[in-house]
Design a protein around this ligand. Structure first.
Ligand code: G3P
Length: 216
């Protein structure tokens, strides 16, 4: 297991100047580990974060559009130009219809942006798996931001998701420590998707290191 995605969401600690500071801290504390850390930031922070660190920066969303009359949308070409190398799609806090997911993955692929499609359950994975995103993430929404993680509460869901997706599965929801990461690793997942327990932590570095320890 060697992928760790940190989603900054719209938390105050992950917005604007704080996003840049957090990104620097994450880069510094992870440099001696052989792990690919991906930072998912708000579109408005892509440029400043991508300039401040060498880690891959993903947009939290794009719209399936191209240049044109699309007021208020998130233009894929613009996030790419700002420095994003990938995009999170269909997060449970920003869901899309299966058709929209397919269109968004296609648009991203055309621009050579990597893709993480989030799914809430196995049925949803089955609906979108043919779009062949870079990664599929399984995240039961009721555990997101909670103290009990998906690893503790639903280890069998991780097994089922690995069975369905294979080696490109990411696991998220409530991940907070070494044991949570270990359970996902032992099930065969490629990586972890984490937000609140790092972004909102008093000491994000400490939690980050602990989660990374469980990945090896
Ligand atoms: O995208 C990551 C996510 O939804 C998990 O959030 O706060 O449970 O780590 P959290």
């Amino acid at each position: 297991m060697n992928v760790l995605v940190v989603n900054f969401k719209a938390y105050k600690q992950g917005t604007g100047k704080a996003a840049v500071e957090l990104a620097k801290k994450i880069q510094e504390s992870a440099k001696k580990f052989n792990v690919e850390i991906i930072l998912c930031v708000q579109p408005t922070d892509i440029s400043s974060v991508a300039k401040a660190v060498r880690l891959p920066v993903f947009s939290q969303h794009i719209d399936a559009i191209s240049y044109g009359a699309h007021t208020g949308h998130i233009l894929p070409e613009a996030v790419k130009t700002a420095g994003a190398s990938g995009v999170l799609i269909n997060h449970s806090e920003h869901t899309l219809d299966p058709d929209e997911i397919e269109d968004t993955v296609m648009v991203a692929k055309k621009l050579k942006l990597k893709t993480i499609v989030c799914c809430q359950e196995i049925g949803e994975i089955e609906q979108i798996i043919d779009t062949k995103p870079t990664y599929i993430a399984i995240e039961p929404p009721e555990l997101i931001g909670e103290e009990v993680s998906v690893s503790e509460a639903e280890p069998e869901l991780i097994d089922d998701a690995v069975h369905c997706v294979g080696k490109n599965l990411l696991v998220g929801a409530g991940i907070k420590d070494k044991e949570d990461a270990q359970i996902a690793k032992e099930a065969g997942a490629a990586g972890i998707l984490v937000s609140s327990h790092i972004v909102k932590a008093k000491n994000p570095t400490k939690v980050l290191k602990e989660i990374i320890e469980g990945m090896f």
